[in-house]
Design a protein around this ligand. Structure first.
Ligand SMILES: Nc1ncnc2c1ncn2[C@@H]1O[C@H](COP(=O)(O)OP(=O)(O)OP(=O)(O)O)[C@@H](O)[C@H]1O
Length: 358
C-alpha cells in the first residue's frame, strides 16, 4: 500500500505541531520518522492512522483519499512503545484477539485462527510461550507479541510508535532485526517513529528527518548521513566537527586554517559560514603535507573495538576536534597523547547563515 501525505498541517491550540508536511511512501517501504522530542513524529503517525484529525491537507492510501475514513477501516496495524497487551489473556489469545473480534461474516474459522497464530508465534520465535501471560514475559518478548498481534489481522500498513523505546540497548538491537525480518517477510508498508538515529540508520529503507513540525530531509540512511541537507540533519545524525570561518573566493578561512570549498560556493562571500566534517572524514598527518590543514594537539585517545577515537585541540583556536580512525590507521600513524598532528578534512560541507533557519 503506497501512502501519500499531502500538505498536512496540524495545530494544538496556538501551537503549530505540523507545518505543511508532504511525503510519498512507496508500497513495501520501511520508513523511519526521526527527530527530537516534540518535532511532530507521533502526531504525523497518528494522523496517518486516523487517530488524530488534521487541520489541512490529506492522506491517500494507494491514491484513495482516506482522510475522513474511520481508523478501524484503514486496515492499519499499530504498535506502541508500551506493549498494550491484554494482561488477563495468554500470549496466544493476545495474538488471536484481532481475528476473534471480527464480525462473524469476516471471522476466520477456529482452526484457521489457530494456524495463523502459531505461524506468527513461530515467526517471532515464541511458539513455546503461547500459554504464558504477559507478566511472565520479558519486555522484549512482550514487544514481539505486540508485533505478532499487529500482524495477525494482515494490515496493509504497520505503524510503530517508538516500539522499542522502553527497552535496554541490547534488546532494542535484537528487536530491530525482528522488525526488519518481519517487514521483509510480509512486505507491509511500515512506518516507525524513533528519536534514536542509530536505530533509524540501521533498519530503515528511507528516513524522514523532522524538526519543529517540518521535514528537514527525506533520504536513504546513506543519503541523510553522508549528504545532510541542513546543519540540523548533520548535528542530529552523528558527531560532527565545526570549522567556523569567513567564506570568500572559494576558501573558508579561520585562524591559520584555510580550505577550498565546493564549486557551488565559489562566488559567495559570508563572514559567518560553518564547515561541517564527520570524524571519519578527518585525516591526521604527522607532517604538514597540504595547505588545507590545521595543527592540533592530541588530548585524548579512546580505543573502542576496531575503531579509535582521537580528541584534539586546535593550536590556533580554542576549539576541540574529533577524528575517528581504524585501528590500522591509528597504529600506522604512531602517535600518543600530547603529540602535534595536522588535521585535514577530507570532505567539508559548508553551510551559510540562511541554512540555519528552520
Ligand atoms: N493532544 C495534544 N495537545 C496539545 N499539544 C500536543 C498534543 N499532542 C502533541 N502536542 C504537541 O505537539 C508537538 C509535537 O508532538 P509529537 O508527540 O508529535 O512529537 P514527537 O516528535 O513525537 O515527540 P516525542 O519524541 O517526545 O514523542 C509537541 O510540542 C507536543 O507537546
Amino acid at each position: 500500500m503506497g501512502i501519500s501525505v499531502k500538505n498536512v498541517s496540524k495545530a494544538f491550540g496556538s501551537f503549530q505541531a505540523l507545518q505543511n508536511i508532504s511525503v510519498e511512501i512507496e508500497s513495501g517501504e520501511l520508513i523511519a520518522l526521526l527527530g527530537p522530542s516534540g518535532s511532530g513524529k507521533t502526531s504525523l503517525l497518528r494522523i496517518i492512522a486516523g487517530l488524530e484529525s488534521l487541520d489541512e491537507g490529506g492522506i491517500l492510501f494507494d491514491g484513495h483519499n482516506i482522510t475522513k475514513v474511520n481508523p478501524k477501516e484503514r486496515n492499519v496495524g499499530f504498535v506502541f512503545q508500551h506493549y498494550a497487551l491484554f494482561r488477563h489473556m495468554t500470549v496466544f489469545d493476545n495474538v488471536a484477539y484481532g481475528l476473534k473480534v471480527r464480525p462473524r461474516k469476516h471471522r476466520p474459522s477456529k482452526e484457521t485462527i489457530r494456524q495463523k497464530v502459531n505461524e506468527l508465534l513461530s515467526l517471532v520465535k515464541l511458539e513455546s510461550f503461547a500459554d504464558r501471560y504477559p507478566s511472565q514475559l520479558s519486555g522484549g518478548q512482550r514487544q514481539r507479541v505486540a508485533l505478532a498481534r499487529a500482524l495477525a489481522v494482515e494490515p496493509k500498513v504497520l505503524l510503530l510508535d517508538e516500539p522499542f523505546g522502553a527497552l535496554d540497548a541490547k534488546v532494542r538491537k535484537e528487536l530491530r532485526r525482528w522488525l526488519r525480518k518481519l517487514h521483509d517477510e510480509y512486505h507491509i508498508t511500515s512506518i516507525f517513529v524513533t528519536h534514536d538515529q542509530e536505530e533509524a540508520l540501521d533498519v530503515a529503507d528511507r528516513i524522514i528527518v523532522m524538526n519543529g513540525g517540518k521535514i528537514e530531509q527525506i533520504g536513504t540512511p546513506e543519503e541523510v548521513y553522508e549528504k545532510p541537507a541542513s546543519p540540523f540533519v548533520y548535528d542530529f545524525l552523528g558527531n560532527v566537527n565545526l570549522f567556523k570561518g569567513r567564506l570568500h573566493n572559494g576558501m573558508l578561512t579561520q585562524g591559520t586554517f584555510t580550505m577550498h570549498v565546493s564549486d557551488d560556493l565559489q562566488g559567495t562571500t559570508y563572514d559567518e559560514a560553518v564547515g561541517y566534517v564527520r570524524p571519519h572524514d578527518i585525516v591526521l598527518e604527522k607532517e604538514r603535507s597540504a595547505v588545507d590543514t590545521v595543527a592540533a594537539t592530541i588530548t585524548h585517545i579512546h580505543l573502542v573495538g576496531p575503531n579509535v577515537q582521537v580528541e584534539l585541540r586546535r593550536q590556533d583556536e580554542e576549539e576541540y576536534l574529533e577524528a575517528a580512525l581504524s585501528k590500522e590507521q591509528f597504529l600506522h600513524l604512531s602517535v600518543q597523547k600530547g603529540d602535534t598532528v595536522y588535521v585535514r578534512p577530507k570532505q567539508l560541507k559548508v553551510f551559510i547563515p540562511e541554512d540555519f533557519s528552520i
